[in-house]
Ligand binder design. Structure first.
Ligand code: 9MR
Length: 386
C-alpha cells in the first residue's frame, strides 16, 4: 500500500514536471505567427479562410506592375476570370487552347496560390459550334471529353473546380440550358462524376449568383441533395456575392451559410463585389432593355467616389466580413471578383462605360477605407500577443 502511494506520488511528480517543462518550451509556430502584426488581407485571415481574387489576361501576363506586386501580397487564392470559359479554352470542336490557362496555373504554382478553375460547364460563353450540338450521344461524349481533358491536364494543380456555373433560374428550377435540353437533368450527376474521376483530389463546387435568395437557395439545396443521394462527390457551394450597398440582406446570407453548411458542404464566397451605382432594375418602371448609356443619372461618380458613399461601402464590407468571421468555421474562401476598381466587370454591366467602385483597391491600386475595415476585422480575430 505504502509502495503504491510512493509510486503514485512519483508518477504525479514526473507528470507535473513534464507539464511544467512543456509550458516553458519555445513558442509554437502558431504563437509566433500570431505575434507578428498581420498587415495584409491574406495574413489577417490566414488561419480562417482564403482571400482570393480573379485574374484576367493582363494580370497573368503581369502587364501592370502595381497589380503584379499587389496580388501575391494581399491574396492567397486565384480564380481564372475568363480564360477557362468554354469559348476560350475549347474554341473549336476538335481543339483546345491552353495558352492562357497554362500561364495561369504556372503563376499560381510559383506564387503558391490556391487555384480555382472557372468554369467547366456554363450555358454562357460557349463556343459557337455548341449551338449545333443537338444530338444527345454526341453532346454527352463531347462534354465528357471537355471535362476529362481540362481537369486531367491540371490534375494535382488546380485545387478546386466550379464544375457547373449558374444552372438555376431565379425560382430555383433548372435553367433551360443546352445541357438540360439535350441531356436531361442527369447531366449534372454525370459532369460531377467525370470531374471527380479526372482528379479525385480536386474540390468540386456548384457556383451561382443569388443562391442566398430564399427561392433560388431552396432549389439549389434540393438539387444538391439529389446529387448527394446518388453518391455524387460535391465538396462546396460557391455563393457568387455580386451585391449592392443595400442587398443581399445579412439575414439571407447568414441563413444560406447555415443551410449550405448543414449539407456538409464548404461554403465559399466566390465573386464578391459591391456595386455603388444605380441599377436599372431598381428604377420603377425601368425597362432593362431601355438605353441608359451616357446618362449622368446612371453614372453619378465619374470623377471619384464621394466620401459619404465611400463610408457606406466600407460599412457594407464591414457587415459582410463580421458575418463571415462569425461563421469562419464554415467558410473556406472569400474571393473578390477583380483586383481593383478599374478591373471590375461592373464598369460595363448592366450599362456600358460607367465608373464603378465595387472593390477594396481604387484605380491607382491604393487601399480604400473598405480595405482597412476588412483588414481590421481580420486582425481582431487573432490580435498580436505581446
Ligand atoms: O468578369 C467576367 C467578364 O470579364 C466577362 O465578360 C463575363 C462574361 O464571360 O463574365 C464575367 O464573370 C462572370 C463569371 O464568369 C460568372 N458569374 C458572373 C460574373 C460576372 O458577369
Amino acid at each position: 500500500m505504502h509502495l503504491l502511494r510512493i509510486k503514485i506520488l512519483l508518477l504525479l511528480t514526473i507528470g507535473t514536471s513534464i507539464l511544467f517543462s512543456c509550458q516553458n518550451t519555445e513558442p509554437t509556430q502558431k504563437e509566433l505567427t500570431t505575434k507578428k502584426e498581420k498587415t495584409t488581407l491574406k495574413d489577417a485571415y490566414e488561419e480562417h479562410f482564403l482571400i482570393g481574387t480573379t485574374l484576367s489576361k493582363q494580370h497573368i501576363n503581369q502587364e501592370i506592375p502595381k497589380a503584379a506586386a499587389l496580388i501575391p501580397r494581399e491574396f492567397n487564392a486565384i480564380t481564372a476570370e475568363n480564360m477557362m470559359k468554354w469559348m476560350n479554352i475549347h474554341p473549336a470542336k476538335d481543339s483546345f487552347d491552353f495558352s492562357m490557362s497554362d500561364k495561369f496555373v504556372a503563376l499560381g504554382q510559383q506564387q503558391e496560390m490556391f487555384m480555382v478553375g472557372h468554369t467547366l460547364v456554363w450555358h454562357s460563353q460557349l463556343a459557337d459550334y455548341m449551338n449545333e450540338m443537338t444530338d444527345k450521344e454526341a453532346l454527352e461524349a463531347h462534354l465528357k471529353n471537355h471535362i476529362e481533358t481540362i481537369v486531367g491536364r491540371y490534375k494535382g494543380k488546380i485545387d478546386g473546380w466550379d464544375v457547373v456555373n449558374e444552372a438555376l433560374n431565379e425560382d430555383g428550377t433548372l435553367r433551360e440550358s443546352i445541357f438540360l435540353k439535350v441531356l436531361g437533368e442527369e447531366y449534372l450527376e454525370k459532369i460531377f462524376r467525370w470531374a471527380a474521376a479526372a482528379d479525385p483530389s480536386a474540390e468540386l463546387y456548384y457556383n451561382d449568383y443569388n443562391i442566398e435568395q430564399p427561392a433560388k437557395r431552396k432549389g439549389c439545396i434540393e438539387m444538391i441533395k439529389k446529387l448527394q443521394a446518388k453518391g455524387v462527390k460535391i465538396d462546396g457551394v460557391g455563393i457568387q456575392g455580386h451585391w449592392s450597398l443595400l442587398g443581399a440582406s445579412i439575414k439571407d446570407i447568414e441563413d444560406s451559410i447555415l443551410e449550405f453548411a448543414a449539407l456538409g458542404l464548404k461554403v465559399d464566397f466566390t465573386e464578391l463585389d459591391i456595386t455603388v451605382l444605380p441599377n436599372p432594375w431598381d428604377l420603377k418602371g425601368a425597362e432593362v432593355s431601355q438605353n441608359f448609356e451616357g446618362s449622368p443619372f446612371m453614372n453619378p461618380y465619374p470623377e471619384g467616389l464621394p466620401d459619404s458613399v465611400q463610408v457606406k461601402l466600407a460599412n457594407r464590407y464591414q457587415s459582410l466580413f463580421e458575418l463571415f468571421v462569425k461563421h469562419k468555421d464554415k467558410i473556406n474562401r472569400v474571393t473578390f471578383w477583380g483586383v481593383h476598381d478599374g478591373h471590375s466587370w461592373l464598369n460595363n454591366w448592366p450599362i456600358k462605360d460607367r465608373t464603378n467602385y465595387p472593390l477594396l483597391f481604387d484605380r491607382e491600386f491604393n487601399p480604400k477605407p473598405a480595405y482597412f475595415e476588412v483588414l481590421k476585422i481580420g486582425q481582431a480575430i487573432d490580435p498580436p500577443v505581446n
